[in-house]
Ligand binder design. Structure first.
Ligand code: ADP
Length: 446
């Protein structure tokens, strides 16, 4: 049945729910529509953490960091293609947004590091709890508490407009009913298009046949809906592959495993890259190896330090052996070379210097049995490009004009990550800009 509200939000992932909570707290009446039967989208799969600079947790550990350094790292990681204004907002609001998440009930007090960062600024939930599930638990509780109207199994199929102003959306339920939600503002938070093979290969023919780590609903529905509004799109070709995804099973092994000390070896049993390089660099390096895959190799020490690894073990993804030689046999890798590689790596650890690949953080030695390995290769992970927004999360058209009442946040937008997203920046992006979209839409409808 047709209905009316102040703000309608498309997508109940991290960006949409951040916007919904913030808009409600700013006095607006909100409806969220979600096409899946559950909330969370790709946010459910976020394993690592949230990058934030200059936090009290960093300070307590004596870590020197600042929004400026965070900006510099992200700009370098994104090949200088990031939108400077958007990136400035992301980095300057990161700490404040982390505290906001904690005010809702999150705990992101543990610090580690993701690839491409020059300071430890990845804030994670204690005990290696994956950040996505943790935040979704917090969001869903808050949504209930605030009594926000979230409609599951409800897909947005059209954005309605009059001239240069949006007036609501048309939705279709999973049972086939179609109705209109009239609204003074619309926030698009429908995520990326990493599960839409056709759209991915339209922009990037070279990614044909790649697996994907995305939820099946990450089909980029919004892009067809905004076409008639002449919405500007940016960086559509910038599609990130994640380097450590288990082939066929499409299970992602979190970057934190490398952060904690795992190495990557090829079938010759040799390392071939600084494992903490950015995702694009590591992905390309793996594709150059025999079989276009590699093996993540680590020891029990990492498993002890990272509770979240247990789930890979439970899922039967890891090969396990009591010696390195035995492990090499199980994965079909040259055993003498693998032993030599690990001994050399341990020497680098002792010397605090990776003489071959310049890996900065050599977390620990790999000495504690049992030893583990998992075959990994790159798969489509994140679509960096998308809808063009300004720093108020307002959507712009191809003439650079703001479309009245239309906002967007999260993976559906482009510009924040430039040519390569740094691990830990998706959560920062969806929460920082989700909040901004919610705040500004609430102001607009008043
Ligand atoms: P972000 O990280 O930007 O929040 P997510 O992937 O976590 O993105 O969340 C996006 C959500 O939007 C997903 O739950 C997805 O199912 C939902 N979604 C995508 N397209 C539509 C649509 N047409 N109508 C309603 N919900 C949608």
């Amino acid at each position: 049945e047709d209905t009316s509200t102040d703000i309608v939000i498309i997508g109940a992932g991290g960006a949409g729910l951040s916007a919904a909570i913030e808009a409600t707290n700013n006095g607006a009446k909100v409806i969220v529509v979600e096409k899946n039967s559950f909330m969370g989208g790709n946010t459910n799969f976020a394993t690592g953490g949230m990058n934030a600079a200059g936090t009290k947790y960093q300070e307590a550990k004596g870590i020197k960091d600042s929004p400026e350094l965070f900006y510099k790292d992200t700009m370098a990681g994104g090949h200088n293609k990031n939108n400077p204004e958007l990136l400035k907002v992301l980095t300057e609001k990161s700490a404040e947004t982390l505290y906001w998440l904690e005010s809702l009930g999150a705990n992101l007090s543990t610090i580690s590091r993701s690839g491409g960062q020059s300071a430890d600024r990845l804030h994670t939930a204690p005990g290696g709890v994956p950040v996505g599930g943790h935040l979704m638990g917090v969001f869903e509780k808050k949504i209930k508490e605030l009594g926000i109207d979230v409609r599951l199994n409800t897909k947005a199929i059209e954005i309605l407009s009059e001239g240069n102003r949006v007036t609501g959306i048309k939705v279709q339920t999973s049972k086939g009913q179609v109705y209109t939600i009239n609204a003074k503002a619309v926030i698009i938070a429908s995520g990326g298009f990493g599960a839409n093979q056709e759209m991915v290969t339209k922009y990037r023919p070279d990614l044909k046949g790649f697996g994907t780590t995305n939820q099946p609903g990450a089909t980029g529905d919004a892009f067809a809906m905004v076409e008639k509004l002449d919405v500007a799109l940016v960086d559509m070709k910038e599609i990130q592959t994640h380097p450590t995804v288990v082939p066929v099973k499409n299970e992602l092994i979190t970057e934190g495993v490398r952060g904690e000390g795992a190495i990557l070896v090829n079938r010759a049993g040799k390392r071939f890259i600084n494992e903490l390089e950015t995702r694009d660099v590591v992905s390309q390096a793996i594709l150059k190896q025999e079989g276009k895959t590699a093996f993540l190799v680590f020891d029990q020490g990492i498993v002890d330090r990272m509770a979240s690894i247990k789930k890979y073990k439970d899922a039967g993804l890891l090969k396990e052996a009591s010696t390195i030689k035995e492990l090499a046999g199980k994965i079909g890798v040259n055993a003498d070379e693998l032993e030599k590689t690990i001994n050399t790596y341990n020497e680098y650890f002792e010397a605090k210097k990776d003489k071959e690949f310049g890996r900065r953080v050599l977390a620990e030695e790999l000495t504690k049995a049992p030893f583990y390995a998992v075959e990994v290769g790159p798969a489509i992970h994140h679509t960096m490009g998308g809808i063009k927004i300004n720093t108020n999360a307002q959507v712009l058209n191809n003439s650079g004009r703001v479309i009245e009442g239309l906002y967007a946040a999260g993976e559906v937008t482009g510009g924040v990550h430039g040519g390569n997203r740094i691990g830990g920046n998706a959560v920062a992006d969806i929460t920082v800009f989700g909040r901004i979209a919610g705040q500004n839409a609430a102001k607009y409808v008043k």
